[in-house]
Design a protein around this ligand. Structure first.
Ligand SMILES: NC(=O)c1ccc[n+]([C@@H]2O[C@H](COP(=O)([O-])OP(=O)(O)OC[C@H]3O[C@@H](n4cnc5c(N)ncnc54)[C@H](O)[C@@H]3O)[C@@H](O)[C@H]2O)c1
Ligand SMILES: [Zn+2]
Length: 364
């Protein structure tokens, strides 16, 4: 194991198993870390302009070590997750001489990872790819588990594949240049793991919230990232195709997604919408007697510490409309995720429209 790697989390999926490696400074040792995959073939780095400008030495280092490597830049926002951009990337890869042995490195956040994974899944019927996440959301969530996608005008992530990377290489040092709002909103997914699976994540966030947000404590941050990866990896390896346990990852997402949609993707970051959604899910969990008042208050107190933009008006009928639409997509049954303890998520099929409307009182 390279000395810059401090923790390795295995994701077990038979022949599709891979390691998630975490370590500060890992990006300066990439030539060594990637060496087992390098057979002189063409490599492609998929990234965005701002990331390229900040981290060009990461790519140069590979060139200097003899890697045959080209870079493809895609737009800086969600618009990159589009079939037209996928086609541009496929075409550039042909021009670069990429064949079936080529490897794609997705250097960026969830946008680059989702598009990169989709391109890798489809180029010449599938080439290997490696995730090098540069946002906290990508490090603890999107880079793990193989969900790849592009968007359609009709909705997000409607075209894609489950296609696993060969490795996920996480250097938390990348987060130093990430805007604070992006860091904070991504912590929503870490708290989610605390709610559904691991109370120690919740406890740590409660005790060390300011240190986490400031990114100053490397050991603390590595630890939260590795723990989050471990939970996501476990859940994905038990249920890659989301027929059961993987649904727990939707905690806060059913109502959060409705908030995101009502704001037409842009007003709120995904994590911020999920934070609001978790407030509602906690309310319903308490209303149904699954958690005590003390647990509910503790949960909400932590969520209230997040500096969130205003939610704005979320008319109940609109929320229900989006939730009903999601429900139609899963055969008419709403699988709503609740908690029966801080640290234990459950799938509930008896959350009603009234419960959802009632829960909006905690966000208005
Ligand atoms: N595949 C999955 O399982 C999954 C899960 C959750 C979310 N997603 C997807 O992830 C996407 C959101 O990802 P995100 O939150 O990482 O945002 P993002 O990828 O849009 O990145 C946010 C911005 O930060 C910039 N950036 C990235 N890293 C940086 C760094 N280290 N320093 C400075 N700037 C940096 C990017 O260029 C971009 O402009 C959405 O498209 C969502 O659908 C996918
Ligand atoms: Zn999410």
């Amino acid at each position: 194991m390279n000395s810059s790697i401090s923790q390795v989390v295995p994701l077990e999926l038979a022949e599709h198993s891979y390691d998630i490696s975490v370590g500060y400074g890992l990006r300066d040792n990439l030539a060594d870390i990637l060496a087992p995959w390098n057979q002189g073939q063409q490599w492609v780095v998929l990234t965005q302009q701002a990331i390229f400008e900040l981290y060009e030495p990461v790519i140069l280092q590979l060139k200097q070590a003899g890697y045959n490597i080209g870079t493809i830049i895609v737009p800086a926002d969600e618009s990159a997750k589009n079939i037209r951009h996928a086609e541009e990337v496929w075409t550039k890869m042909v021009e670069m001489g990429c064949d079936r042995s080529s490897i794609l490195l997705a250097l960026g956040g969830g946008v680059v990872g989702d598009l990169g994974g989709f391109v890798a899944a489809t180029y010449m019927r599938g080439i290997p790819f490696i995730q090098l996440p540069t946002t906290l959301l990508a490090m603890i969530d999107s880079a793990i588990g193989g969900k790849t996608a592009v968007n359609l005008a009709a909705g997000k992530n409607l075209v894609g594949a489950i296609y696993q990377p060969k490795a996920v290489l996480i250097d938390p040092g990348f987060l130093q240049t990430l805007p604070r709002r992006n860091v904070i909103s991504s912590l929503a997914e870490a708290i989610k793991y605390g709610f559904i699976r691991d109370q120690t994540i919740f406890d740590t966030m409660e005790a060390r919230y300011d240190d986490l947000v400031s990114l100053n404590d490397e050991a603390l941050l590595s630890d939260i990232i590795a723990k989050s990866c471990h939970i996501k990896a476990q859940i994905v390896s038990n249920d890659q195709f989301e027929n059961g346990e993987r649904r727990l990852l939707n905690y806060g997402h059913t109502i959060g997604h409705a908030f995101e949609t009502i704001q037409a993707y842009g007003g709120l970051y995904h994590g911020e919408a999920v934070l609001y959604g978790m407030k509602c899910a906690n309310f319903i969990s308490h209303k149904k007697g699954l958690i005590t008042l003390a647990q509910f208050e503790r949960a909400q107190n932590l969520l209230h510490r997040f500096d969130l933009p205003e939610l704005g008006p979320v008319p109940a009928e609109k929320v229900l409309e989006v939730v009903a639409h999601d429900k139609k997509n899963i055969n008419g049954t709403l699988n709503f995720i609740l908690i029966d303890d801080i640290g234990n998520g459950i799938v509930s099929t008896d959350v009603t429209a009234d419960d959802i409307v009632d829960s909006l009182q905690v966000v208005s």
